[in-house]
Design a protein around this ligand. Structure first.
Ligand code: H2U
Ligand code: ZN
Length: 346
């Protein structure tokens, strides 16, 4: 059915992606090299995230033993209610003020252990920290959106290998949330069901794009995925915010996150780079029955630890394009071992 070029529609954003399955057979002239992973120490005296070390600006980290949260020393947003007015003197030169809070969340004191290498209770603790932070920041009267995300790997612009994530909370909705809110609202209005709940039910019935699932979450390669091994992680129970998760659901989410990260690493036997983040409903005091808590994983690697997908010419100028189909990507992620390659000694 999907052997020839076609477009697929992303109902969450309204965007289209061009899929060219016939191109996966084209000859590859580039190098496919094995990248030797850098062996990191448990503690790095030069790391600004390790316990007890000094950060830029002179603040000293505590001797933390769980997660560690701090205000980003180079925050992209500054807190407080919007003050100055940006009255535009031309309709084509529009700007509005923005305010917010940026934080960094270290996963654990260990400089050398990434998400797939951490034990389940440590991952549960990370989720609990994201949840508490979301609750605290979302409750501020000048905050409308809380974006929890992780950039993993130098390829994704991550500045420090010490495993950490970030939270940017801001006073207005960013582009992706605006698009997803509009699509989910229209769908809910027309069908009386959340868009992602209906999508999830269909994907679980079909199974071909599902990578891993447990009783509370499903990770799948979305039908409209753009990146080769893109994943969408969807909550089974209708929920709009991390704070709605029960302790059982937090454990289930930790298991799915761990499984995704292990399978990613095993695919090319490398510390698999990606940007991931949770999409929660706006913090605007409204009841968001249309929203389903979910996370997106956008990994750039295509065929080895060093060969990545570039979003360049056609993608920048026209629309996203992919060769390997979401169905093939899902199959590959299902087939790899569920035990981390470093642990299994493969
Ligand atoms: P990455 O997740 O992209 O690596 O970003 C790490 C963040 O850490 C980055 O936003 C912040 C940078 O501003 N940072 C500090 O807050 N303090 C420091 O001492 C260095 C980096
Ligand atoms: Zn460190």
């Amino acid at each position: 059915m999907f052997d020839s070029p076609h477009r697929r529609f992303n109902p969450l954003t309204g965007d289209w992606v061009l899929v060219s399955p016939q191109r996966t057979k084209r000859p590859w002239l580039g190098q496919v090299e094995k990248v030797q992973p850098e062996k990191l120490p448990r503690y790095d005296p030069t790391c600004y995230l390790c316990p007890g070390n000094e950060r830029a600006g002179g603040i000293k980290n505590p001797d933390y033993d769980g997660t560690f949260v701090f205000d980003n020393d180079f925050a992209a947003l500054t807190p407080g209610p919007l003050q100055e007015s940006h009255a535009s003197d031309h309709p084509l030169l529009v700007s509005v003020p923005e305010s917010g809070v940026c934080r960094v969340v270290c996963f654990s004191p260990r400089h050398d252990l990434t998400l797939p290498e951490l034990e389940l209770p440590v991952i549960e603790n990370i989720i609990t920290t994201w949840t508490q932070q979301t609750g605290e920041l979302g409750a501020k009267d000048f905050i409308q959106n809380v974006q929890v995300f992780e950039n993993k790997g130098a390829m994704m612009g991550c500045s420090n290998p010490h495993p950490h994530s970030q939270i940017w909370a801001q006073s207005q909705l960013p582009n992706e949330i605006t698009k997803e809110l509009a699509s989910q609202s229209v769908y809910f209005h027309e069908h009386g069901q959340p868009l992602l709940a209906d999508y999830l039910a269909e994907e679980r019935k079909r199974g071909e794009r599902v990578v891993f699932q447990n009783a509370h979450f499903t990770a799948l390669v979305p039908f409209w995925g753009v990146w080769p091994f893109e994943l969408l992680l969807i909550a089974h129970r209708p929920s709009a915010y991390l704070m709605e998760l029960t302790s059982i659901e937090i454990t289930a989410l930790a298991e799915v996150l761990r499984q995704i990260a292990i399978r990613f690493d095993n695919l090319f036997e490398t510390s698999f780079p990606y940007s991931m983040g949770f999409h929660q409903a706006p913090f605007d005091g409204q009841l968001h029955s249309e929203w389903t808590l979910h996370a997106h994983f956008y990994p750039p690697l295509l065929r080895s630890a060093s060969v990545r997908k570039f979003m360049v010419g056609y993608e920048l100028l026209a629309m996203p394009q992919r060769d390997i189909t979401p169905e093939t990507a899902a199959e590959r992620l299902r087939e790899v071992s569920s035990i981390h390659y470093k642990k299994s000694g493969n």
